[in-house]
Design a protein around this ligand. Structure first.
Ligand code: GDP
Ligand code: MN
Length: 381
């Protein structure tokens, strides 16, 4: 679950990380009022679940409260990476001497949280990683002990020479490490971690992603979810108990099981196509899940063909077939559907589909190739 910057700031601030106090605003007038109460120049920042807001015009410096109102009015009308801006954060403008990057991510390969720090901060860290990876230092942390003081100092020394800044930064890294663990984060980053001309070290941005598995035991974190800031299809999928991630391809995939779903996406790519989504309808047998899945996929205009890949075990393929037939009775599906199913009650599934004028394949390769070809030619059925 993504947090907004203002929410992430509150968690990092609670961990003791130094940052300037600000407030969120939902209208230009509110932004002006916050700027007035802060006094002095402010920064107005779009609150959306996307990075690169600065480049997209979502971060603006304002010298006066009136200017803050004007910026807020423009920023609140923006859509950044497809996400509408509904709130802005207004914070006192800091004077910046240098910008670093300090982040902590759960690295599944290392099976540990890994600190990543770079003196090349402020900009897109993905770009730094791609072009000049030598500018990033990494350190895997033993989750039993967290970041030791000497490790924090070692990392901070790669960023600064001034020893008071090194010590301040080492402390911030340890606080970030604790906040990461205590909040069940899969990512926590400060970019930029800035130094000011008078030598202070300040977090000017905050990004936290909470592991969804943490939410059941942490209602306080779960309450931070802002559905209005999420893709509508992902909200609908979560409500329907489906694991769904929207991607930018055109082959809609409906699969049972996360492993098979990923293998299916790999195969779609292998045959020259691009998956429109990751979707795991889960192991249970429930035609309703299929109905919901098709509803979500058909509402994505990018989807040009839909591929079912069902390996029946606990999932009964006849239930999936019933779900498909039920949906087609309720919903006008304008794109071709390719169905591959095999396993539990497969004969019954084939009979149900045949009665409704559809066919099912049993070979996964063949089904994927067909779906990729249909998505490309865009032939409606
Ligand atoms: P992002 O682009 O979404 O990561 O948004 P950031 O919060 O990182 O802001 C982008 C850039 O705006 C930063 O890298 C800074 O260069 C600049 N910026 C942000 N806050 C301040 C501030 O208080 N003062 C100044 N002078 N620049 C700021
Ligand atoms: Mn940033």
């Amino acid at each position: 679950m993504n947090l907004h910057e203002y929410q992430a700031r509150a968690l990092l601030r609670a961990a003791g990380i130094p940052m300037l106090e600000g407030d969120v605003a939902g209208s230009p007038e509110e932004a002006e009022a916050v700027a007035r109460s802060l006094g002095g120049p402010v920064v107005v920042k779009a609150q959306v679940h996307a990075g690169g807001r600065g480049k997209a015009g979502g971060v603006k410096l304002a010298a006066t409260p009136a200017e803050a109102r004007q910026h807020a009015s423009r920023i609140l009308a923006l859509t950044i990476k497809g996400l509408p801006v509904r709130k802005v954060l207004v914070v006192p403008a800091a004077e910046i001497a240098s910008e670093s990057y300090v982040g902590l991510i759960l690295d599944r390969e290392a099976q540990r949280p890994v600190f990543m720090v770079s003196a090349a901060g402020g900009v897109d860290i993905e770009e730094v990683a791609a072009r000049t990876p030598e500018k990033i230092s990494r350190l895997a942390v033993d989750p039993r002990y967290g970041l030791f003081p000497h490790q924090a100092l070692g990392l901070a020394l790669t960023l600064y020479r001034d020893f008071s800044q090194v010590k301040a930064t080492a402390k911030i890294m340890q606080q970030l490490g604790r906040a990461f663990v205590e909040n069940g984060a899969s990512l926590a980053e400060i970019n930029p971690l800035a130094t000011t001309p008078d030598g202070r070290v300040l977090a000017l941005d905050a990004k936290i992603v909470i592991d969804d598995n943490e939410l059941d035991r942490r209602p306080d974190l779960a309450a931070l979810r802002d559905e209005s800031a999420e893709a509508p299809s992902e909200v609908a999928a979560r409500r329907a108990g489906l694991t769904y991630i929207q991607l930018d391809g055109n082959v809609g995939c409906v699969v049972n099981g996360a492993g098979l779903a990923m293998a299916t996406m790999d195969l779609v790519k292998y045959y020259g196509g691009a998956p429109a989504n990751f979707l795991d309808i889960g192991g249970s047998s429930n035609p309703e899940k299929v109905v919901n899945a098709l509803r979500i996929l058909t509402s994505d205009p990018q989807v040009k063909a839909i591929l079912f890949n069902i390996f029946g075990g606990i999932t009964r393929t006849d239930d999936v077939a019933k779900g498909i037939v039920t949906t087609l009775g309720q919903l006008e599906v304008r794109v071709p559907i390719v169905i591959r199913l095999t396993g539990t009650n497969e004969q019954e599934a084939i009979r149900i589909l045949r009665n409704a004028g559809m066919t099912a394949l049993s070979d996964m390769d063949q089904a994927v190739q067909q779906a990729v070809a249909l998505a490309r030619s865009g032939v409606p059925v």
